[in-house]
Design a binder for this molecule. Structure first.
Ligand SMILES: Cc1ncc(COP(=O)(O)O)c(C=O)c1O
Length: 363
């Protein structure tokens, strides 16, 4: 039995109600018992739908998929230390956001919703627009005027209607939120089905390491869609008895926009609310992530930490990755800069991180 649950009031709703938030306006989560039959999983195609019995879509007929996922996990050395990097830049739309989008838009398809709205700093918009195209679903995407031209072109190519907002990332989210009063919000932050896709990152890491959890996973943290997805995924594997521990979840933010870092170190108060100063890591420039409490829980409960990085460190990692053969975007390089900081203090740990987005889509 699966249902939607309001994280504020604990009210339950049927999974087939077309809700992206609860009736009282709270964030929704999903209450669901995933199943993992390892033999069955291994007999299926190498894509994220191999974990079909752990993904809460009722009917296969509605799944919108391009065989995404099961991205390679490669051993790469940084500054002489070994790490394992998931090649998430290789997804069809160019970032790991396809994980969340394939599941969320399959649910939209199953609910027979024909029109969605979304807002994005770029990659989530590309991913939602791509799966909307697969399902012949109308898609309005709110973006900031300064969004990378390549990402805007990509969204338009999929057939999305763009609404360019002259303002901050928060103004863009507000405009989409207004539009979502009348339309279904396929938001990667509000909509709980997105996290049912990003959690498959944890399943793949585990399977690729021989059904074992690593010691630490280093992820970017903007709206925390991968951070929270990892927390859900590793917890589900632990509950199912497949792994015996949850890895430390380590979140990386830009020094110029670090609300999770501030909350983690209890630096934030009402007057001192997080600033969103310019950063080249556009995907993690989120001053007010709506699931901040869940992000904090993911880091704290796993004994993780939050690392901040400077613009110079991002540029340095961007260049380094290029020179070792990986062309990634600046937001992606921010995670690698955080990973390299983490590696300096780490000894003998199995560490997993990722290239989150492809370089060809950045400005
Ligand atoms: C390439 C890339 N990496 C990381 C992130 C941060 O993602 P999240 O919002 O899941 O924290 C984004 C978000 O757009 C992104 O585009």
């Amino acid at each position: 039995m699966a249902n939607l649950i309001c994280s504020t009031t604990n009210e339950f709703y049927d999974m087939n109600e077309p809700l992206w938030r609860s009736i009282s306006g709270g964030l929704l989560d999903i209450n669901f018992n995933p199943a993992f039959d390892i033999k069955k999983i291994q007999s299926r195609k190498p894509n994220l739908w191999r974990y079909r019995d752990a993904i809460p879509i009722h009917d296969d007929a509605f799944i919108l998929s391009v065989d995404e996922g099961f991205t390679p996990l490669l051993e790469i050395h940084f500054d002489g230390k070994s790490t394992w990097i998931k090649q998430e830049q290789l997804f069809s739309s160019g970032s790991y956001k396809d994980r969340g989008a394939t599941v969320l838009m399959s649910k939209v398809n199953e609910l027979e919703i024909k029109h969605v709205v979304q807002d994005s700093s770029g990659n989530a918009g590309c991913a939602i627009a791509m799966y909307a195209a697969l399902g012949n679903i109308d898609c309005d995407i709110f973006v900031a005027e300064h969004t990378s031209q390549n990402k805007l072109k990509q969204m338009e190519m999929y057939g999305a209607h763009l609404h360019k907002i002259n303002g901050t990332r928060e103004d863009v989210a507000q405009a989409a939120f207004q539009s979502a009063q009348k339309n279904y919000y396929a938001s990667h932050c509000w909509n709980p089905f997105f996290f049912q896709g990003t959690k498959t990152f944890a399943f793949e890491v585990c399977e690729q390491l021989g059904w074992k959890a690593p010691d630490a996973v280093i992820v970017p943290a903007g709206n925390g869609t991968l951070l929270i997805g990892c927390y859900i995924g590793f917890n589900e594997l632990l509950t199912a008895g497949i792994i015996s521990k949850i890895p430390k979840l380590v979140a990386v933010q830009s020094e110029n926009c670090a609300p999770l870092f501030e909350a983690f170190h209890q630096r934030k108060n009402e007057e001192n609310s997080t600033k969103n100063t310019e950063t080249i890591a556009e995907g993690i420039a989120i001053a007010k992530p709506i699931r901040l409490n869940q992000m904090l829980e993911a880091v704290k409960k796993t004994n993780g930490k939050v690392i901040t990085i400077s613009e110079i460190e991002i540029l340095d990692s961007l260049k380094l990755c290029g020179q070792i053969g990986y062309y990634i975007e600046p937001t992606s390089a921010a995670t690698i800069a955080g990973l390299r900081k983490y590696l300096k203090e780490s000894d003998n740990e199995k560490i997993v991180s990722l290239f989150s987005g492809h370089g060809l889509k950045s400005k």
